[in-house]
Design a protein around this ligand. Structure first.
Ligand SMILES: [Zn+2]
Length: 465
């Protein structure tokens, strides 16, 4: 009698449990546990509370039959950090969008401006570029245009820059961001010092390396610089957009990274699934020699984001003075595909849409990997794609509660149709939502439901170290 009563007591809460949200009968894919099976997922209080083969009861139940249910995607490289961009992110299955390459400065006010207002989770590194721009009074906005790009820092400026970056870490930044190609006069010693700071604070450095392309200075020596700095200091290193730096040398760079990993170095990398890069035409990237650094391209390989026009020698000079985003058609298709399929490479967008203009990666990166490279091209498996979009980024950040479709994890969840998911954004019309991603939850709240954005919701939270 006593035993019977005890068993009933144990069972009762399980039987009576009603979850906030139940995603019923979906194909649950979780790379860490290698789960790929039909399950019911129960969400309570912003967390995943149950994953069960038997039915669950929810206040809201979504029929996920025929759909894939995974941890929400984590975009490590998302320059667009406003409502317009968060909407594209959510429709592309991204539940966490992070500005880790350029980073921000100051950090605390950046987080405060978004807290309670964001559709998806957000976060940033403490940026060496913005700190250097502030100290050296550069006139650029996102990227340096003059002083921070064109001259070495004085000893005093270097110290001040270092202090600002350090302060950003004190304010909760997720690591340190660097774009050495945009601050080409930053000495190797200045860069090494920033790695030392990262090592002291046990945070990774996210870096756009000093140069690109096959010639020297180029991609190989640029990667050697940061690998040495990581080795010498012990700082973790994440190399951004490996394909736009390496171009045809990308396999060489990937070999260097894999070799460093085998020797125990904490180094990772990422790529976006496109054959073009994008940056500010007014930046240092377009100083003398830009054609070679981008794999022997010409003016016609450049596309002005605002109008979609291809550039000429004349419009290049005019727009470079003005400054603005330019798409660089420089990455061979086989290189884009090879990187997306490579097991060391995470998926990250480098995206930014501004008033509907920009590069399609800002809207379509994650759906493109799933629809084009997994379903159409068979370049990688669905499980591996999900790993590159959720688990690996979470591991890079050292965040246990995200990137996993597991009990106890944050309920950042993406539900997509593996047969239909596809990007719609193009170089000529980037402002198009991805399709085939009918449900997205952020911290347990729907941000996409029945394929549409939810209105007047802001469940995104700031991710801090
Ligand atoms: Zn970059």
């Amino acid at each position: 009698m006593k035993l019977w009563f005890f068993s009933l007591l144990m069972l009762a809460p399980v039987l009576a449990q009603t979850y906030d949200v139940v995603l019923a009968n979906g194909r649950v894919v979780d790379p860490e546990t290698n789960l790929d099976a039909i399950r019911n997922v129960g969400v309570n209080g912003g967390r995943i509370a149950a994953i069960s083969a038997s039915p669950l009861t929810g206040r809201t139940t979504v029929d996920a039959k025929g759909l894939v249910v995974t941890a929400g995607f984590i975009d490590l490289h998302s320059h667009g950090q406003d409502a317009e961009n968060y909407a594209y992110k959510a429709r592309d299955g991204v539940t966490t969008a992070l500005e880790l390459e350029v980073g921000v400065n100051p950090v605390a006010s950046w987080y405060a401006a978004r807290e309670g207002r964001a559709l998806v989770n957000f976060g940033a590194t403490s940026g060496h570029i913005p700190a250097r721009m502030a100290v050296m009074h550069d006139s650029g906005t996102l990227l340096p245009r003059d002083a921070a790009a064109t001259r070495a820092a004085t000893a005093g400026e270097r110290k001040e820059t270092y202090e600002l970056v350090r302060q950003g870490l004190d304010e909760g930044a997720l690591g340190i961001g660097m774009g050495i190609a945009y601050t080409p006069k930053a000495s190797r010693e200045e860069i090494l010092e920033i790695f030392e700071l990262a090592a002291q604070r046990r945070v990774p450095v996210f870096v756009h390396v000093r140069s690109s392309g096959p010639a020297e200075p180029g991609a190989v020596d640029a990667l050697q610089e940061v690998l040495s700095d990581a080795l010498a200091t012990g700082a973790g290193l994440h190399v951004v957009h490996i394909t736009s730096m390496g171009l045809r040398q990308t396999p060489v760079l990937l070999g260097m990274i894999a070799g460093a990993q085998r020797r125990g170095l904490d180094v990772t990398t990422e790529a976006y699934p496109y054959t073009a890069a994008m940056t500010d035409l007014g930046s240092a990237v377009f100083e003398e020699g830009w054609q070679t650094r981008n794999g022997d391209i010409t003016f016609g390989s450049l596309q002005w984001a605002l109008t979609g026009e291809r550039l000429t020698a004349e419009s290049f000079v005019r727009y470079r003075k003005q400054g603005g985003m330019v798409i660089i058609h420089s990455i061979p298709e086989e290189i884009a595909r090879l990187a997306i399929a490579d097991p060391t490479v995470m998926v990250a967008s480098d995206g930014q849409i501004e008033h509907g203009k920009g590069h399609p990666r800002g809207a379509g990166t994650f759906a493109r990997v799933l629809g084009h490279y997994v379903r159409e091209e068979h370049a990688l498996t669905l499980m591996d794609a999900v790993r590159k979009m959720s688990l690996m980024p979470a591991q890079r950040l050292g965040i246990q509660s995200k990137g996993r479709l597991q009990v106890g994890a944050d309920a950042d969840i993406t539900v997509f149709d593996a047969d239909r998911v596809i990007d719609r954004a193009t170089f000529d019309n980037p402002a198009q939502y991805s399709e085939g991603i009918p449900y997205v939850l952020v911290n347990g709240a729907f941000v996409v439901k029945d394929g549409q954005l939810e209105q007047n919701v802001a469940p995104g939270r700031g991710l801090r170290r």
